[in-house]
Design a protein around this ligand. Structure first.
Ligand code: M7G
Length: 318
């Protein structure tokens, strides 16, 4: 009995401690310690880190990205508000280390907390491999794998149920069959239209991905294309002819959603091995109702992804 009471005290103590210390305070990274750099890209000025907050064993994944130069503030950047430290002077050439005013020196930060091992794996440096998934391989390997091990979709349901990001919704069609919510993607800071990135999340549950799509979904797909592009034109003045509108295959989250990105922005996963243009998808289904149930689909997997391991175990990689 005593030991049960002690156990209860311990667990409520640790719960209390966890809540009190529960980071982040959303004002700073107080108490954060970096455990390792997961991935770094010098060209895009992007770094992924794994770390922990003091007094807490939960993993945190942090993504840091340098922001674009804000075109509307270039005048302020090149004014006496910026201080210069000369690093080279030779004839007519000089270079400087520039320190801009604090409100123009921020960087975009994404915190995933508490992160799972799958998040750590997703953002780690690793090799990629191509898979050509036949319908039979989808049934035998992909489907069981994604049913047993995929990312939680709580964030998706929070958006649909207006529990999170309700104030960020740009447009909604509430129809349960053909409706969707359009809002800025987590990857977009919402400032620079050249890197515009929105997602349309369908209200209808149970459509996992492109693989599930057929003739019955045409009204939904056409609705997303039409209302999504019109809304983006009205709100951000970006014409349909400057938008990439596509699905990812494989997605990370198996609740149907469509990506809208500016043509100028080379978003992660906009390439031939992952992106399937919505208009092509509509066209393919109109040509053949069960196109996506019969087609072999190519995609890449990361070496520490469960899907890669399952294909490997089944002898796919010789
Ligand atoms: P995906 O193809 O399933 O996965 O797309 P990916 O992340 O591998 O591309 C999901 C999209 O949803 C991505 O573009 C994410 O940046 C975006 N996203 C993910 N989360 C967790 C959120 C979120 O909480 N809010 C918003 N607005 N977008 C998110």
């Amino acid at each position: 009995m005593a030991s049960t009471v002690k156990k209860m005290c311990d667990s409520s103590d640790s719960k209390k401690r966890k809540i009190e210390d529960s980071p982040p305070d959303s004002k700073s990274f107080k108490g954060f310690s970096i455990e390792r750099v997961l991935r770094e890209d010098q060209r895009t000025k992007f770094v992924c880190l794994e770390g922990k907050f003091k007094g807490n064993e939960d993993l945190a994944v942090v993504l840091l990205e340098k922001e674009h130069f804000p075109t509307q503030s270039l005048g302020r950047l090149l004014s006496n508000e910026t201080t210069l430290k000369e690093t080279l002077k030779n004839d007519i050439y000089s270079t400087y280390e520039a320190t801009p005013p604090t409100d123009l020196s921020g960087f975009k930060t994404t915190l995933i907390y508490p992160a799972t091992q799958k998040h750590v794996d997703k953002y780690s440096e690793q090799d990629h491999y191509i898979i050509r998934e036949t319908p039979a391989l989808y049934e035998k390997i992909t489907l069981p794998c994604l049913e047993s091990s995929n990312f939680s979709m709580k964030w998706v349901y929070n958006i649909l149920d207006k529990k999170s990001e309700a104030d960020r919704i740009v447009m909604e069609d509430p129809d349960p069959d053909s409706g969707f919510v359009l809002l800025p993607d987590m990857k977009w800071d919402g400032k620079d239209v050249d890197s515009l990135y929105l997602i349309a999340i369908v209200h209808r549950h149970g459509i996992k991905s492109l693989r599930d799509l057929g003739q019955q979904h045409l009204p939904l797909l056409k609705n997303i294309l039409e209302k999504g592009t019109n809304t983006i034109q009205e709100k951000y003045s970006v014409a349909k002819s400057q938008l990439r509108v596509y699905f990812h295959y494989q997605p990370s989250y198996y609740h149907l959603h469509v990506h809208f990105t500016h043509l100028r922005f080379e978003a992660p996963g906009f390439d031939a091995l992952r992106a399937h243009l919505l208009e092509d998808v509509i066209d393919n289904i109109e040509t053949c109702n069960d196109f996506y149930q019969n087609k072999s689909l190519m995609f890449t997997v990361r070496e520490n992804q469960q899907l890669y391991k399952d294909y490997k175990e089944n002898g796919y990689f010789k």
